[in-house]
Structures are given as structure tokens and as C-alpha cells.
Design a protein around this ligand. Structure first.
Ligand code: OFO
Length: 173
């Protein structure tokens, strides 16, 4: 059974994952409208992943005798300036999510809830990968600079950049 304090903290994380999914959906839509099909596809996939992260938490909270609450969300912004700044925002957002997961892990220790501590290790590992992925993409973007041909290739190949490639295992562009 979850303590009230931990249930509240987990519900807060549900909201953060839901917001992440909304933000990335908005990024996908912005990129699609700009004709950046590959970047849009990448962001749609990121959005789906965040929804999965949220669902995993919802099911866990309910399974442990809590009540997962579906949160109200504020609308994300709809203009991201340039694709460079959009990916910078993606990285900053993932750093924020990592901090939030860390705080959540801290609460599990305070509450001596080792099952939830164990459950959250998946998120800890996932955040390392997601931050690495965002940094890998930003490195590629910095290499491209303002080169239009580079952007064309980047947009074509960005969907191939996976978490594995960020870790050095898969295809890189
Ligand atoms: Fe990328 O944030 Fe979920 O965990």
C-alpha cells in the first residue's frame, strides 16, 4: 500500500509525463507544418513514449492501492522558433524530468517503500538514455549549422536516431 505522501508524489509525476507528451506532440505538429517530416515523426514517437511512461505510472499507483488521477493540463506553446531551439528545449525538458524522478526516488527512501524504489529504477535508466539522445541530436545539429543540405539529411535521418544509437550501439547519422 502506498503512503499518501508517495501517492501524491507519483500523481505529480503522472502529470509531468502527461505534460511531456503534450509538449512533444506540439513540437511534432509545429515541425510537420514547417515541412520537417522526419523531425515531426521523431517528435510524434517521443510523444507516444511519454504517454507510455504516464500509463505505466497510472497502472502502478492503482495496483498498489492508490488512485491515479488524470490531471488537467495547460496547453503547451505552439511555436518553437527554430528546430535548433526546439531540440534545445527538448534537452532542457528532459533534464527537468530527470530531476523530478530523482526527487521521487528520494521520497521512496523517506517512506521506506522499496518496491516503489525498485519500480522507479526503470525511469532513472530511461532518463539517462533520453538525455543522452537529446545531447547526441544537439551535437549533430551543431555540426550542420546553417547548411540547408545538412538540414535535409538531418530531417531525413533523425528518425533513425534511437536511444541505442545515442549509447553508441546503433546507426548514427
Ligand atoms: Fe522523457 O520523460 Fe518520461 O520519463
Amino acid at each position: 500500500m502506498l503512503s499518501k505522501k508517495l501517492e501524491k508524489a507519483l500523481n505529480n509525476q503522472i502529470k509531468i509525463e502527461a505534460e511531456s507528451s503534450q509538449i512533444y506532440l506540439s513540437m511534432a505538429s509545429w515541425a510537420e507544418v514547417k515541412g520537417l517530416e522526419g523531425i515531426a515523426g521523431f517528435m510524434y514517437a517521443q510523444s507516444d513514449e511519454e504517454r507510455e511512461h504516464m500509463l505505466k505510472l497510472v497502472k502502478y499507483v492503482n495496483e498498489r492501492g492508490g488512485h491515479a488521477l488524470v490531471p488537467a493540463l495547460k496547453a503547451p506553446k505552439s511555436d518553437f522558433g527554430t528546430f535548433q531551439s526546439m531540440f534545445q528545449e527538448l534537452l532542457e525538458h528532459e533534464i527537468f524530468v530527470s530531476q523530478s524522478i530523482n526527487e521521487l526516488v528520494h521520497v521512496t527512501l523517506q517512506e521506506k517503500d522499496y518496491a516503489t524504489h525498485n519500480f522507479l529504477q526503470w525511469y532513472v535508466a530511461e532518463q539517462i538514455e533520453e538525455e543522452a539522445l537529446a545531447r547526441t541530436i544537439l551535437d549533430k545539429i551543431n555540426l550542420i549549422g546553417n547548411d540547408k543540405g545538412g538540414l535535409y539529411l538531418f530531417d531525413r535521418d533523425v528518425q533513425q536516431i534511437t536511444v541505442d544509437s545515442a549509447a553508441g550501439a546503433g546507426p548514427a547519422i
